[in-house]
Design a binder for this molecule. Structure first.
Ligand code: ASP
Length: 324
């Protein structure tokens, strides 16, 4: 057989095989890797959508928490997984910032993954242990500047959203702070509640109920506008720190080489999950909302990741923070 006939035969097999594979998909449970600990904000978002996606896909989407190294361990695990649609990654803005923060990342962020879609954009709030001295955000700014060497700032490791926000805060206040890294802000919250650390930035998906319950103190929202759940809470910009603005977008990825039909099937399932009344209500209670169906697509997530890598690169380079 000539080379061109051989190639033609191979293509014919591929063309027939891919849709057949996708039609039967999924035939077994799908693992959704969350690169932070259970009980934290990323985990909360993942479990909300995984439950609804399971119902739509007819097979369980189980969440596996692979915390550590600011989310890069979990992302690295998915980058190496079989591209068969049975391992997906739910990650946040850290997918973009880690690309610059880590000099020796174990995966090539823009070439190791395929895309399913964006999920939600979650605001962050600067929160502290409930007996933290400052009464409001202006007092917080003065206090942190004056006591920097005595204070501890919790985060979920270099590459985490809490790390990015803390880095922006240190830059804006022009003080170094002692940071305490965790494998997720779930355990960081436990220590904040216990008074073992002083403050942190964290998503409203982890902080809203605690702020409402009075078990932690909230100082400012890191969003351009005030939050509907906390209309009395000032923004960082109102407090004179417009540089400390960050909102945490989340996306679902698959390992590079996953059949396009599978990514589309997952995207359709994600869109259904995000349109679910229960998900919308649960997210509203946590201070956020699902993205639109147009954003819950492979194209939208790819564009977002690329633009966010470009957006944060100069900021991180100016801060001069790197990890190996
Ligand atoms: N909120 C964490 C972060 O700082 C991650 C988590 O535990 O979900 O990125």
């Amino acid at each position: 057989m000539s080379v061109s006939k051989l190639l033609g035969a191979a293509c014919a097999v591929t063309l027939v095989a891919a849709p057949a594979f996708a039609q039967g998909y999924p035939e077994r449970q799908v693992t959704m890797v969350v690169p932070f600990t259970a009980g934290g904000p990323t985990d909360t978002v993942a479990r909300l959508v995984a439950e609804r996606m399971s119902a739509d896909l007819g097979k369980q989407v189980i969440v596996e928490n692979v915390g550590g190294a600011g989310g890069t361990l979990g992302a690295g695990q998915v980058a190496k997984a079989d591209p068969d649609g049975y391992t997906v990654l739910l990650h946040h803005i850290g997918m973009a910032t880690s690309d610059t923060l880590y000099r020796n990342l174990a995966y090539d962020t823009e070439n190791a993954f395929d895309y399913v879609g964006l999920v939600t954009d979650v605001p962050m709030v600067i929160v502290a242990r409930k007996d933290f001295e400052p009464a409001d955000f202006p007092a917080f700014v003065d206090y942190v500047k004056g006591h920097a060497e005595d204070l501890t700032l919790a985060n979920a490791g270099i590459g985490a959203a809490s790390h990015l926000c803390g880095m922006l805060l240190m830059q804006a206040l022009d003080v170094p702070l002692v940071t305490v890294p965790y494998k997720g802000t779930g355990p960081a919250m436990t220590d904040l509640l216990g008074g073992q650390v002083d403050f942190m930035c964290d998503q409203t998906t982890n902080t809203t109920q605690q702020i409402k319950g009075g078990t932690i103190k909230a100082y400012a929202a890191t969003t351009p506008e005030r939050l509907a759940v906390f209309p009395d809470l000032p923004t960082t910009a109102e407090g004179g720190l417009p540089e400390v603005q960050v909102s945490i977008w989340h996306g679902i990825y698959t390992p590079k080489g996953t059949p396009a039909e599978v990514n589309q099937r997952l995207s359709a399932s994600l869109q259904k999950a995000l349109a679910d009344e229960g998900v919308i209500k649960a997210m509203a209670d946590l201070g956020t909302a699902p993205v639109s169906a147009e954003e819950a697509t492979p194209e939208a997530l790819k564009a977002k990741l690329e633009s966010e890598i470009a957006r944060w690169k100069p900021v991180i380079e100016a801060a001069g923070v790197y990890a190996d």
